[in-house]
Design a protein around this ligand. Structure first.
Ligand code: DC
Length: 208
């Protein structure tokens, strides 16, 4: 079984993806980490996230087995990831890894921006997770605070709005709901309620 989860920044798709994977005994891939790893490699080497040749070389060289998730989740790396992810050749370099991850038995949950539209268009279940920008900004703020990263809520909201705009308007695999994806609005839902609704969707597909 392949479950594709897409949605904007801080919509809750990562938490949901992890829980669905554990519940159904599937492997989980947070595909945002791939773009973040490319971005971090560029930043660490002192290159601009807009340097296409360096970005493609970094994408070809990433090793997901060695990811340090804590370091990849920083604010600066997220901003740079949004830039490198708009480079078509970077997306092309990361495509095969994602598809082969999804294809390996017993299947997987992948979350990102283009899973249901580009990476796994034949996924068994597609969920498009969303929430208002204000609620997402507040969740992101709490995440940064837990990590001890000082940020201001208005700045986080401005970043989220800018990131949404960039992720939705880029030419290469923009963030959009697949025609056959189920919309899950988590604005009023906590993680348990979001999981319960998503599991219900998966069960409906399994009964068919
Ligand atoms: O979900 P995230 O915040 O970790 O993603 C970081 C950036 O990577 C985000 O701005 C858009 C990009 N991304 C993407 O373009 N495609 C994906 N499948 C996942 C992430």
């Amino acid at each position: 079984m392949i479950i594709a989860i897409d949605g904007p920044a801080a919509s809750g798709k990562g938490t949901l993806g992890k829980r669905l994977a554990t519940h159904y005994g599937l492997r989980h891939l947070d595909t945002g980490l791939l773009y973040r790893a490319v971005a971090k490699a560029l930043l660490d080497a002192g290159h601009s996230p807009n340097n296409q040749a360096r970005a493609v070389a970094a994408a070809d060289a990433i090793d997901p087995a060695s990811f340090d998730e804590g370091a990849l989740k920083s604010h600066a790396v997220g901003e740079a990831a949004s830039l490198v992810s708009a480079i078509p050749d970077v997306r092309a370099a990361l495509l095969a890894f994602q598809r082969s991850f999804a294809a390996r038995p017993p299947g997987a949950v992948l979350d990102g921006r283009d899973i249901g539209t580009v990476i796994c268009p034949n996924a068994d279940v597609k969920i498009f997770v969303t929430a208002t920008a204000q609620v997402r900004a507040h969740r992101r703020l709490l995440e940064f605070q837990r990590r001890g990263e000082p940020v201001d809520e208005a700045a986080v909201l401005a970043d989220i709005l800018r990131r949404d705009e960039r992720d939705m308007s880029r030419a290469a695999a923009p963030l959009k709901q697949a025609a056959d994806a189920h919309m899950l609005d988590t604005t009023e839902l906590n993680a348990d309620a979001a999981f319960a609704q998503a599991a219900e969707l998966v069960e409906r597909v399994r009964r068919r």
